[in-house]
Design a protein around this ligand. Structure first.
Ligand SMILES: Nc1ncnc2c1ncn2[C@@H]1O[C@H](COP(=O)(O)OP(=O)(O)O)[C@@H](O)[C@H]1O
Ligand SMILES: [Mg+2]
Length: 300
């Protein structure tokens, strides 16, 4: 698989604040790569550096194996901030202007309008568009130069559930057409629904990187001890246990999906057993991510 983006020790300090801290990442062609993290974790700053609109403090990155130049930038389409469209011009006219500025082939306009499902509304003025339609036009504008990569920063922010679902479908469609996509989001379920791979950022630091398929995996392990001769046998009766191991005098219960230490505690209690030790040793990935995403100590 061809490497599209390679990042080495990328760092951004804003004065004393380290917004992005020695970030290493690889994005391969065809991936829908999610940058997942709570507000203020450094996603937008990372994308800004990659797009050349934020100066990096240290580290480096390369697009298609080359250091970023005007030429490499042309292969990247981005929806970063709210793009500027003329309210009194139609979607079509706005895209024509965009295509002209970017030196893109105006023939692409019909296709990208179709991709974002705005063909029927292309002649209506931009100011009459819903928020979801405005966001779709922004995606169309990023696609008009037929880039290899599409970068999206929180593409569903502020949209209603219907608008969110539409944008997610469109992202999947664009990915199915073969584009590599990098998407920043603070929503685990968004990343799970549209991405193939993802990285988790917390306060500028990479916490995890891997395929999205892994999220559900990695069951919880609960360590338990009680003064009871048949504890090992009893634990096998617990409906939440996937398997049981004995290690240095403690039982390790691999929990089934959705079962936690308190369920085990309950089970023992019902049997009249009081645990002398009960500890969650490993949390499921999903639970770990949800904890990271609820990190509020660093909000921007
Ligand atoms: N221009 C700036 N000047 C100072 N601090 C900034 C600037 N831009 C971002 N930050 C800070 O950097 C951190 C990361 O912000 P950001 O990249 O926007 O996070 P995210 O996109 O994940 O919400 C935050 O603490 C934010 O306040
Ligand atoms: Mg952001």
């Amino acid at each position: 698989m061809e490497t599209v983006l390679s990042i080495q020790k990328l760092t951004k300090n804003f004065g004393k604040l380290c917004a992005v801290n020695h970030l290493d990442l690889e994005v391969l062609r065809g991936q829908v790569f999610g940058l997942l993290g709570p507000n203020g974790s450094g996603k937008t700053t990372t994308l800004g550096m990659l797009m050349g609109v934020v100066n990096l403090t240290s580290g480096s990155f390369s697009w298609f194996g080359e250091t970023a130049t005007h030429h490499t930038r042309k292969k990247i389409g981005a929806v970063l901030e709210h793009p500027i469209f003329y309210p009194y011009l139609s979607g079509q006219k706005n895209l024509e202007l965009n295509a002209m500025i970017k030196g893109a082939d105006p023939k692409n306009i019909a296709k990208v309008l179709d991709t974002v499902e705005l063909t029927a509304r292309k002649d209506d003025k931009y100011r009459t568009y819903s928020l979801g339609m405005k966001q779709r036009l922004a995606i169309a504008s990023a696609l008009v130069s037929d880039p290899i990569i599409l970068i999206l920063d929180e593409p569903t922010n502020g949209l209603d559930p219907m608008g969110i679902a539409e944008i997610r479908e469109i992202i999947k469609k664009i990915a199915a057409e073969g584009k590599t996509i990098i998407l920043a989001s603070h929503l685990l379920d968004e990343v799970q629904k549209v991405c193939t791979h993802f990285a988790v950022l917390k306060r500028g630091t990479l916490m995890h990187v891997g395929p999205v398929d892994d999220v559900g995996k990695g069951e919880e392990i609960v360590e338990v001890h009680a003064y009871h001769d048949d504890l090992g046998v009893l634990l096998q009766e617990f409906v939440g246990s996937a398997s049981i191991k004995r290690e240095s005098g403690l039982y390790q219960v691999m929990m089934k999906d959705g079962f936690h230490s308190k369920d085990l505690n309950h089970f023992l209690f019902d049997k009249g057993i009081v645990a002398s030790h009960l500890a969650t040793r490993k949390k499921s990935l999903e639970k770990q991510f949800l904890e990271i995403l609820s990190d509020t100590s660093h909000k921007s």
